[in-house]
Write a protein that binds this ligand. Structure first.
Ligand code: PLP
Length: 401
């Protein structure tokens, strides 16, 4: 008998498992709207031109593969904090940000969770209901207690703002409040600037600590600054806060695992101590981070010509997704004779749309129409083309009724 007899089979991951099922399907109309990865209009993966240029630069320079320091590539850590907060932000000038390179968004969240577990024993993290599927796993495995705050209102397919505020108010003082900086995943529903102000008011009044997950900076609106507005609004109030960053989507560096954790502290001294502890947590977990993606980001942002090209490519990607969103709305409005108002689709932002399809309806999408998506009714518009919008609209209308 195996010594591993007691090890049971783990269930497939709810998001990555969708891709596995998609690969096994041989139907010609099959569509993978499960995973959040950008595709071209031909539904092919896309490597940004600026990424290829930045990689060529590395080859030309003959860069080596020596270990990075535990905190990552210094040039990357500098530009990633500047992109997020703005280079002129007082928190940067006053050296009040502890920035450590992480294994993309997930690894950076994981490192922050380890910091919370070690230095804030018993503190709870409040997460939105619903949220990105991996958030709960990350806090569970880090032994950080969490609870949910209301976010999505199925009646309006919009934000339950009153519920959100009430739940943040009701949480024990000094809780961490996980917020999606922009393009909330899975709903695509973001607070308005006025609502962000009110959220900041309650968080401040309750001495909570904001914890931003920024996985889509520049990818939601097409502008790096617009998408960082929520984080900067909180920062401008002088609050201490955490921000996990990812370059998976906005630079298409999914498999390079490049991101960062930033902790804004009230003094440079506190930031130095926090950074030292983040390094201490990282060392036994993975020792030090990978260099390739860090160099790409540093090269792109550090070169004015490449930086401008990146912004143009980001606008192009965000623009393609917006066009698909509009076309899907048009197709649904034309095909659905029930009088249902589909305008919620146009109000959502980012690569996802929350359709409002329930579990059974989502299952029908897959079994009958070969459309692969997560069970919560989320579809990735980044995996959709203009040409496939009519087919998808047929599938959605059929599954709803
Ligand atoms: N956070 C959110 C909200 C996400 O949607 C994602 C990716 O889908 C991530 C974090 C992390 O992705 P990665 O680890 O590839 O950077």
């Amino acid at each position: 008998a195996s010594r591993f007899e007691s090890v049971t089979m783990a269930p497939p991951d709810p998001i990555l498992g969708v891709s596995e099922a998609f690969r096994a399907d041989t139907h010609e109309s099959k569509l993978n709207l499960g995973v959040g990865a950008y595709r071209t209009e031909e539904l092919q993966p896309y490597v940004l031109d600026v990424v290829k240029k930045a990689e060529n630069l590395m080859v030309e320079r003959g860069e080596n593969k020596e270990y990075l320091p535990i905190e990552g590539l210094a040039a990357f850590n500098k530009v990633t904090a500047e992109l997020l907060f703005g280079a002129d932000n007082p928190v940067i000038k006053q050296q009040r940000v502890a920035t450590v390179q992480g294994l993309s968004g997930t690894g950076s969240l994981r490192l922050a969770a380890a910091l919370i577990e070690r230095y804030f024993p018993g503190a709870k993290v409040l997460i939105s209901s619903p949220t990105w599927g991996n958030h709960k796993n990350i806090f569970n495995d880090s032994r950080v207690p969490w609870s949910e705050y209301r976010y999505y209102d199925p009646k309006t397919v919009g934000l339950d703002f009153e519920g959100m505020i009430a739940d943040i108010k009701a949480a024990p003082e000094g809780s961490f409040v996980l917020l999606h900086g922009c393009a909330h995943n899975p709903t695509g529903i973001d607070p308005t600037p006025e609502q962000w102000e009110k959220i900041a008011n309650v968080i401040q009044a309750k001495s909570h600590i904001p914890f931003f997950d920024v996985a889509y900076q520049g990818f939601a609106s097409g502008s790096l600054d617009t998408d960082a507005a929520s984080v900067r609004l909180f920062t401008a109030r002088g609050m201490e806060l955490l921000v996990a960053q990812s370059y998976s989507k906005n630079l298409g560096l999914y498999a390079e695992r490049i991101g960062a954790i930033n902790v804004v502290c009230s003094s440079a001294d506190a930031a130095a101590r926090v950074k030292s502890q983040l390094k201490r947590l990282a060392r036994p977990m993975y020792s030090n981070p990978p260099i390739h993606g860090a160099r790409i980001v540093a090269n792109v942002v550090g070169d004015p010509a490449l930086f401008n090209e990146w912004k143009a490519e980001m606008e192009m990607m965000a623009g393609r997704i917006k066009n698909v969103r509009q076309k899907l709305y048009d197709s649904l409005s034309a095909k659905d004779k029930s009088g249902k108002d589909w305008s919620f689709i146009l109000k959502q932002i980012g690569m996802f749309s929350f359709t409002g399809l329930n579990i059974d309806q989502s299952a029908n999408m897959t079994s009958k129409w070969h459309v692969y998506m997560t069970k919560d009714g989320r579809i990735s518009l980044a995996g959709l083309s203009l040409a496939k919008c009519d087919y998808l609209a047929d599938a959605i209308v059929d599954s709803f009724h």
